[in-house]
Design a protein around this ligand. Structure first.
Ligand SMILES: *[C@@H]1O[C@H](CO)[C@@H](O)[C@H](O)[C@H]1NC(C)=O
Ligand SMILES: *[C@@H]1O[C@H](CO)[C@@H](O)[C@H](O)[C@H]1NC(C)=O
Ligand SMILES: *[C@@H]1O[C@H](CO)[C@@H](O)[C@H](O)[C@H]1NC(C)=O
Length: 232
């Protein structure tokens, strides 16, 4: 049952020692790891991200469009001779600044092998998520699949990665090309509107109220059926 799970959280990678087992849950809103460095006995500093101009990483995708029910193979790759140890990737609104507080995270990631694991970013209705590493070994390339929520035109999207080469060296805004929607018709349904604007209080209230109505109807009918569609 979907009731009561539209919880939104803002947390950062607030751990002091790296993440050998992957980025922590809820890394979507602020995907910058906080990598600390002891300056002396009383002071601790942090390592800042590297300039994007120096990024040795690329995100490529198997398609430049997504449609209802499509699955896109996403690959994070280091330049020849380079490598990475950790990463966190999410799908988000195209060309939207990473630090915008209302930036959505879209779809569901599926690991292609044991080198990556899906991360739930919020307990939201759409399995909204990201994906991260499982171990901090040196890697040159990693692939996984991404599925948009069913029947939902998210508009233009982009994959965005935080990539860690070493504890003191990481990049926070590695982006893929823009992926465009294809073949969607009609208006966005209520749930789809919420995916696109997950922080809209009005939409949150409307979805909660719709879910409550569904629950009430189910209790009256004594059945377990009923769901909220993504399309209008
Ligand atoms: C530690 O480093 C900070 C920042 O550079 C400095 O202000 C402080 O005086 C230092 N403390 C000691 C005990 O060296
Ligand atoms: C990863 O690669 C770097 C640079 O080549 C090397 O210094 C380091 O030892 C490697 N780490 C592992 C665990 O292989
Ligand atoms: C998306 O696909 C599902 C399952 O194939 C179908 O039921 C639904 O009508 C489609 N939605 C749109 C907007 O095309």
């Amino acid at each position: 049952m979907l009731f009561g799970i539209v919880l939104l959280s803002f947390s950062v990678w607030d751990v002091i020692v790296g993440f050998p087992g992957g980025a922590p849950p809820n890394s979507c809103p602020d995907p910058a790891p906080i990598h600390q460095r002891r300056i002396n006995s009383t002071h601790v500093g942090i390592f800042f991200p590297q300039s994007m101009a120096t990024s040795p990483y690329k995100i490529t995708t198997s398609a430049s469009r997504y449609f209802n029910g499509s699955m896109i193979r996403v690959t994070l790759k280091a330049d020849p001779g380079d490598y990475f140890r950790g990463f966190f990737i999410q799908a988000t609104r195209a060309n939207y600044a990473l630090d915008r507080g209302d930036r959505p995270a879209y779809g569901t990631f599926r690991p292609a092998d044991t080198n990556s694991q899906a991360r739930r970013c919020r307990s939201a209705v759409g399995k909204v998520g990201g994906i991260t590493h499982t171990g901090n070994n040196n890697k040159t390339e990693i692939s996984f699949d991404w599925e948009p929520p069913r029947g939902c035109d998210l508009g233009d999207i982009q994959f965005v990665a935080t990539v860690v080469r070493a504890y003191s060296e990481y990049w926070v805004d590695v982006r893929s090309d823009v992926i465009k929607p294809s073949g969607f018709i009609g208006d966005r349904g209520l749930l789809c509107q919420l995916y696109v604007n997950p922080y809209s209080k009005i939409l949150q209230r409307r979805v909660l109220s719709a879910l409550r109505n569904i629950q009430t109807m189910q209790q009256r009918r004594g059945t377990g059926s009923g769901s909220l569609a993504t399309q209008g």
